[in-house]
Design a protein around this ligand. Structure first.
Ligand code: PLP
Length: 455
């Protein structure tokens, strides 16, 4: 394993003064965490010195792999040159150059970029831009947002409110009156006597019916991940995304593509909406793979059409009063530039398109295990769904099962992301066929051993 620093031989049992994302506050003094200390390629190393394959690729983000010296050098160089600028009052050459490079890559007329600090702030900014746009156009009542059950759009008040992972809403306040959820377009959950085509028709009709029920003059936007990521890698039926886009166009509802996970190679292209699904959205959000997780950065891309419409109805200034101290941070931007150079130099998109069928076949071979009830793969994102008693799933038991798989796999040298009843895999895109074989063998062993443990 190249590029991995030897880890210290020290293990902390708990992080009792550190509230982690999604953590049970009552368990802070007893939760045990695996502490990571080093990384290189597709591997991370824990504080006991164990080497683990980074199955989730950080959080779907370490696309070019760990320990890339090119990014380290670019970041250090930018820090020496210009460590910060105020995006309110200044421009920086570094950020303006990235804006040029990115807007030359985006689909359609998504020719304006608004930099943010990550995915949540990109989606939050997209939603706020939609509200701003409708206010500028003199239709302040067009504010309702349509999302879907099992969607994940972030962790700000507004983006969490648009997220449809309903179990995660307990104890948290949400905006409820203007945000609406369609049923999840998960083909596996269709009725036994329903074809996938009929299921797709039904899910598309759900969107149109919701727009008609609320009134198209009240609905501002539909927001969708092309593949629902944190919801469990849910791949809607063929044609669904494109048909939803057509419904939105028909009713003058903006289409926000949340590509925080699917952009920058995860599905084999820089942006999946157009290249994989044939959709040019009105707004598109990204983060994660933009810097491969080396530094925080997000981006919202806005269609020329929306900007032109605002200009055409305005005789006075129309300021988008939104932004962050770290909008377009020059050091994050340097990481993004070096990251994109790696994509080009390593022909990483071509590699993903070449290797993803192998990844899919390898993971699908796990279907022979009795608890594995579905293996969903698109590009380099996958979920291996486990149900203990298929047909009568007990969600809590199944969630406990995938947590067990993760614990065993860690002993075997693989990090798994247990997401309810699914083992989620989104490894660095640089992964080779031999490394995929190793990953799948470890996952098979982990699931098999977990099946042998009594509840
Ligand atoms: N949108 C999607 C589709 C995501 O998967 C995520 C995070 O996983 C976000 C938004 C939020 O991004 P961040 O965690 O960078 O704020």
């Amino acid at each position: 394993m190249s590029g991995v620093v030897q880890a210290a031989d020290e293990t902390w049992k708990t992080d009792d003064h550190f509230l982690h994302p999604w953590q049970d506050v009552t368990a802070m003094d007893r939760d045990e965490w695996t502490h990571l200390e080093a990384s290189g390629g597709i591997y991370v190393r824990d504080s006991k010195g164990n080497q683990l394959i980074d199955g989730p690729g950080g959080m779907w983000c370490v696309n070019v792999g760990h320990g890339r010296e090119e990014i380290v050098e670019a970041v250090a160089g930018q820090m020496r040159k210009l460590s910060y600028f105020s995006p309110w009052s200044m421009a920086s050459t570094a950020s303006s150059e990235l804006a040029q490079r990115l807007t030359a890559m985006t689909p359609g007329d998504l020719n304006t970029v608004f930099f943010t600090t990550g995915g949540s702030t990109a989606v939050d900014s997209a939603l706020r831009f939609v509200f701003f746009y409708n206010n500028c156009l003199g239709r302040p009542e067009k504010k309702h947002i349509i999302s879907r059950v099992n969607a994940y759009h972030g962790s700000t008040y507004l983006t969490a409110s648009c997220s449809g992972k309903m179990r995660e809403k307990a104890q948290m306040d949400m905006i409820e009156d203007t945000i609406h959820f369609l049923p999840c377009p998960k083909p596996k959950d269709r009725a036994a006597d329903m074809s996938v085509e009929a299921f797709c028709d039904e899910k598309v009709a759900d969107l149109e019916n919701k727009i008609l029920e609320l009134g198209a003059d009240k609905v501002a936007a539909f927001i969708a991940e092309p593949v629902l990521a944190s919801g469990g890698v849910i791949i809607p039926p063929e044609g669904y995304y494109k048909r939803c886009h057509e419904i939105c166009k028909k009713h003058d509802v903006l289409f926000i593509a949340d590509e925080v996970v699917t952009a920058f190679g995860r599905l084999g292209y820089y942006f999946a909406s157009e290249d994989v699904f044939g959709v040019t959205p009105d707004l598109l959000t990204t983060a994660k793979g933009l810097t491969s997780g080396y530094l925080p950065l997000g981006a919202l891309f806005i269609s020329d059409r929306l900007i032109e419409e605002i200009k055409s109805v305005s005789n006075e200034p129309r300021s988008f009063f939104s932004g962050f101290t770290y909008s377009g941070h020059p050091v994050s931007v340097a990481a993004a530039q070096a990251n994109l150079d790696i994509f080009e130099n390593d022909k990483l998109l071509e590699h993903v398109r070449e290797i993803s069928p192998y990844f899919a076949n390898a993971l699908k071979s796990l279907s022979d295990l009795p608890v594995v009830t579905d293996v969903r793969v698109q590009g380099m994102m996958a979920a291996v769904e486990c149900e203990l008693d298929a047909g009568t799933p007990d969600e809590n038991r199944d969630t406990g099962f995938t947590a067990k798989v993760d614990a065993i796999c860690q002993e075997l040298g693989l990090l798994v992301r247990p997401t309810y009843n699914a083992c989620v895999m989104s490894p660095p895109l640089t992964i080779t066929k031999a490394e995929i074989d190793d990953l799948v063998a470890k996952l098979r062993e982990g699931i098999t051993r977990a099946m042998q443990i009594e509840d």
